[in-house]
Design a protein around this ligand. Sequence first.
Ligand SMILES: Cc1cc2nc3c(=O)[nH]c(=O)nc-3n(C[C@H](O)[C@H](O)[C@H](O)COP(=O)(O)OP(=O)(O)OC[C@H]3O[C@@H](n4cnc5c(N)ncnc54)[C@H](O)[C@@H]3O)c2cc1C
Length: 213
Amino acid sequence: METKAPTDFTRLRRMHERGHYDRDSVHAILDAAPTCHVGHIIKDRPVVIPTLHWREGDAVYWHGSAASRMLRANAAGGEVCLTATILDGYVLARSGFHHSINYRSVMCFGTPRLITDDDEKLASLKAFMDRLFPGRWDALRPVNAQELKATSILWMPLTEASAKVRSGPPGDDPEDVTWPIWGGVLPVQASAGAPQPDAHVNGGFVPPATPLV
Ligand SMILES: Cc1cc2nc3c(=O)[nH]c(=O)nc-3n(C[C@H](O)[C@H](O)[C@H](O)COP(=O)(O)OP(=O)(O)OC[C@H]3O[C@@H](n4cnc5c(N)ncnc54)[C@H](O)[C@@H]3O)c2cc1C
């Protein structure tokens, strides 16, 4: 496991014992989270956009329409904060104060860069699709030049990132543990529903499974 020191900005102050800064921890959470949020400043106002992401090596990627305000703003050189969160459970204590959440989350800071090379864009889009639906890219109708031009891909190195993880039971005050109410963890897990084929599927095709829900 490669360790990475926190920067002054990424060092957890609140519940610092829940912090991790090594690459493995940050990568594992980014890989397991289906979605992320990208926070940035547009016209001096904070904007946070939910979107999809993927990771390649020690970098995180996201994409969108070349006309998107977010993509254009992110490509313009400003800093962003990208966060990803996985909810693992509700933590029910005997007091409202000690209720909590079991979770894994990451916060990544940096200046995004735009991929301009078409081959690099295609390889990255394949990595994106493979993360969601392994093997599907090669069976798809190939991307055409117009689609590629209309798609922007941004990435930033994970040089300044932190992970925060909470797990385990509630932290009740000792005098509260006999209070007459249930306490513990209600685990939460997202799951995929039954596939819903569209009107053009007429047999012979198998719906893909996804490792991410
Ligand atoms: C699903 C979920 C629900 C939460 N609910 C609450 C809530 O209701 N109230 C509440 O106060 N907090 C909640 N948290 C924790 C919250 O994300 C912050 O960690 C906490 O509020 C401390 O914020 P701060 O600005 O004081 O952090 P500081 O410790 O001052 O942050 C310093 C640095 O630590 C790192 N850091 C801080 N928080 C995180 C994080 N979550 N993940 C990765 N890196 C982090 C960042 O690099 C940040 O720049 C929740 C977290 C999750 C994932």
